[in-house]
Design a protein around this ligand. Structure first.
Ligand SMILES: Cc1ncc(COP(=O)(O)O)c(C=O)c1O
Length: 411
């Protein structure tokens, strides 16, 4: 197990003692983005200061070095998530881009009028809107798996929603507001029995738990680098190779074609290159490799154990204030969705900010969920490897005093 306080020595945002409102920063918005360790920053700096060249574009040593690093990153990611080959790893600009890639490159060419896509009302906009658009463009229907009263998707409800028309099921492995985790392997076996494919949004899971895509048997898995200590502007789409081969790219350009001429001949390179048109975000690929190394060294089981402990601690502390409404006390992830009693979420977050505490408030891009929760907005505290119990103590103390302060402020 690691000591989160010691880890902070690896993170410039802590070493530089960044403050908010003149107070030491309490960063509890890791579901939104995460801090980058020096190893990630330095890897990006290496590309920009001593190894700058384009990839696949030159016959000289520097270009070769960049190509080698891109390949090494792909291999490291494949190993980390137990993909069968690095050719199943597509670099994208983030989870949103990865999910759009599947919607445009797979769904648009495989769906027809009358087919069904299944999601649920808890999904992030990035795993909702691409399917809405795919359904509109193909005449397919977007259907919603009913949630339990706590907000979970169960195997029973999934099975009840499946029909012979279901072609795609797209779900978050861990949801971004309530932090519920689905049993991917069990769901995959149900979905595959109906001949449909399973697209998993891993934005809130891949950074936090050990992933084995072969065991999970999902068909696609999408996530972002910046939520796992890596840079912004880089993400990954894992896809089973045979399915990637069935996808026609929705972005064309250099680096993805085999041949083209003015008579209209146009042939594609095999995956993953066919989805990576144009110059790739190379510094970000260097950074992502360093982030994978950093997390591998910590051990994903340790990361998960740390966050589980923090989650239990946070629930206990927030409940003890008697001043918080908790929406997901029993969810698996290191995410707490709550409101301060009688206080609008955005006012609560503004008050937390005045104490140097960064929490997300609002609808968290899951706009359909609030109707389900029966509240216009929630506050979300989300944890990561460098989060300490003292951070949570600071949050609980603020929640304890939040209502008095805000009553005085607004009356
Ligand atoms: C569940 C989920 N899916 C997708 C995304 C989109 O990620 P990005 O904005 O990095 O593309 C997020 C971001 O918050 C998320 O939480």
């Amino acid at each position: 197990m690691f000591d989160p306080l010691k880890l902070r020595q690896d993170f410039p945002m802590y070493v530089n003692q960044v403050k908010m409102q003149g107070k030491p920063l309490v960063w509890l918005d890791n579901g939104s983005t995460t801090f980058k360790p020096y190893s990630v920053v330095n890897a990006m700096l290496r590309y920009d200061t001593v190894e700058t060249a384009n990839s696949h574009r030159g016959d000289y040593d520097l270009c070769y070095a960049v190509d080698q690093e891109v390949l090494a990153t792909r291999k490291a990611i494949a190993k980390w998530i137990h993909a069968t080959s690095e050719n199943e790893i597509v670099f994208t600009s983030g989870a949103t881009d990865s999910l759009n890639l599947v919607a445009y490159s797979y769904a648009m060419s495989h769906l027809k009028a009358g087919d069904e896509i299944l999601i649920d009302e808890e999904e992030h906009a990035s795993n909702f809107l691409p399917w809405l658009v795919a359904a509109r463009n193909t005449g397919a229907t977007l259907k919603f798996i009913p949630l339990t009263k706590e907000g979970r998707v169960t195997a029973e409800n999934l099975e009840k929603s499946m029909t012979s028309k279901t072609k795609i099921v797209a779900l978050a492995q861990v949801t971004n507001v309530l932090g519920y985790r689905i049993p991917v392997k069990e769901f995959a076996s149900i979905i595959h029995r109906y001949g449909a494919i399973f697209v998993v949004d891993g934005a809130q899971s891949v950074p936090h738990i050990a992933i084995d895509v072969q065991d999970m048997d999902c068909d696609f898995l999408a996530w972002s680098g910046h939520k796992m200590l890596g840079p912004t502007g880089i993400g990954v789409l894992y896809g089973k190779y045979s399915l990637l081969e069935e996808c026609s790219p929705f972005r064309t350009g250099g680096g993805m074609n085999n041949k083209f001429n003015k008579e209209g001949l146009f042939t594609l390179l095999p995956p993953p290159a066919r989805f990576e048109a144009g110059t790739m975000p190379l510094a970000q690929i260097y950074g992502l490799h360093a982030a994978v190394n950093y997390l591998s060294q910590l051990g994903m089981d340790n990361v998960q154990a740390h966050e589980t402990e923090l989650k239990h601690y946070a629930v206990e502390k927030l409940e003890a204030t008697d001043n918080a409404i908790l929406y997901n006390a029993d969810s698996e992830a290191g995410i707490v969705a709550f409101n301060i009693k009688g206080v609008f979420a955005q006012d609560a977050a503004t008050f937390l900010n005045s104490r140097g505490i960064a929490c997300r408030s609002g609808q968290h891009c899951a706009k359909a969920l609030n109707e389900f929760l029966g509240t216009p907005a929630t506050v979300r505290a989300s944890f990561y490897v460098y989060t300490t119990k003292e951070d949570i103590d600071a949050l609980a103390d603020a929640v304890l005093h939040g209502k008095e302060f805000l009553d005085a402020y607004f009356n």
